[in-house]
Design a binder for this molecule. Structure first.
Ligand SMILES: *Cc1c(COP(=O)(O)O)cnc(C)c1O
Length: 361
């Protein structure tokens, strides 16, 4: 650290320093090719190896079975709000959504354009500070899928167990928690994640989808919005976001080198644990989320006084701790402590919080 700020941004967010250094060293001449990955043909053997290795390493890290495609797409998490219903509303054209915040709500609203979409449960009554429960019997019997946002980036809530949807197909937006915990992929029909929270620079979105679900989009589906074309062409129907895929691949290699998702999760639990522990004992700061639904990635808290919140955020910035203001819809503070946030970053934040608390009693 030192010359690098401690960046608590919710996304785009901090990346592992080791990966940034390797990318910098390879910037002008990637593995003796004389080219940057930015300049390389996506049809070259070198790039084919980059994308193949990225896919294989992600499969290894997440234990993704062979009957799932791994796709590297564009359009961010947001395009999946449309692609999911277009591709998966193929029988009853019904789906049930759980509304746990802004991103889930946007997905729900977009899906309305394509079928009979219902909100099965919502935590809007308490400003999305908890994960709402539902009974699997309450799911409409013939839905094509049930949709959840697994980690709610803005509010700091997270599904601490896979929701029980019985025999129904489960779809999850894991944009802000992918690779922070071991996940049984087989419990999901489709998982997607925009890269710029926990994986790579913005530009690539990972879609993990069971193969039998692909290829049933309506005939008038724009070709680019059909998973089938991307699956058939190995995510290279057109020019892919080459550099973001390369960076994602480097992050996957890095994760493997430290011991995979299991080790990463232990580190994330330790980091978030320290911060929540401090918050639970603080007389000034209060965590905003129900204990059982807390996110390891986005930690939200308030002082109860918006002026004091502002002072805290400004003081943090002076100390090289960036982007601690909460989302514009929630106020307060949010510390995004994704995989790439080193433990020392969390320690520095806690030290500053103690100091701030003493000075502003
Ligand atoms: C950031 C985010 C999105 C939107 O991602 P874009 O890439 O900006 O479209 C969707 N879902 C979740 C959970 C997010 O955190």
């Amino acid at each position: 650290m030192g010359y690098r700020a401690i960046n608590f941004s919710a996304g785009p967010s901090t990346l592992p320093e080791e990966v940034l250094k390797k990318a910098a060293a390879e910037m002008l001449n990637y593995e003796g090719t004389g080219e940057s990955v930015m300049e390389m043909s996506h049809r070259s053997a070198e790039f084919q190896k980059i994308i193949d290795d990225a896919e294989q390493n992600l499969r290894d890290l997440m234990n993704i079975p062979d009957d799932y495609y791994v796709l590297f797409l564009q359009g961010g998490g947001t395009l999946q709000f449309s692609m999911v219903p277009i591709n998966l509303l193929t029988n009853s054209k019904k789906a049930d959504y759980i509304i746990t915040g802004n991103w889930a709500k946007k997905a729900y609203e977009e899906a309305q354009k394509f079928g009979d979409i219902r909100a099965l449960a919502s935590s809007a009554d308490k400003n999305f500070s908890y994960i709402p429960k539902f009974k699997k019997e309450d799911i409409r019997e013939d839905v094509d899928y049930v949709y959840v946002c697994y980690n709610n980036t803005i509010y700091g809530t997270h599904y601490n167990e896979v929701p029980d949807v019985g025999d129904h197909l489960l779809v999850a937006d894991m944009s802000s928690c992918v690779l922070s915990e071991e996940i049984d992929v087989t419990k999901f029909g489709l998982i997607y994640a925009g890269a710029q929270k926990n994986v790579a620079p913005a530009g690539v979105t990972i879609v993990i989808v069971r193969k039998d679900l692909v290829g049933h989009a309506p005939e008038n589906t724009p070709i680019y919005l059909d998973y089938a074309i991307h699956a058939k062409k190995g995510s290279m129907y057109n020019t892919p976001p080459c550099y973001s895929i390369y960076m994602a691949g480097e992050v996957f290699k890095y994760l493997k080198s430290i011991g995979g998702v299991k080790e990463m999760h232990e580190r994330d639990v330790r980091k978030a644990g320290k911060l929540y522990d401090y918050l639970d004992h603080s007389e000034m700061f209060t965590p905003t989320v129900a204990k059982e639904d807390r996110s390891l990635m986005n930690v939200t808290f308030v002082t109860g006084d918006p002026e004091l919140d502002k002072k805290f955020v400004a003081g943090a910035r002076e100390r090289g701790m960036l982007n601690l203001a909460g989302h514009r819809t929630t106020g307060g503070m949010r510390a995004s402590i994704y995989n790439a946030m080193p433990e020392e970053g969390v320690d520095a934040l806690i030290a500053y919080m103690k100091e701030f608390e003493d000075e502003n009693k």
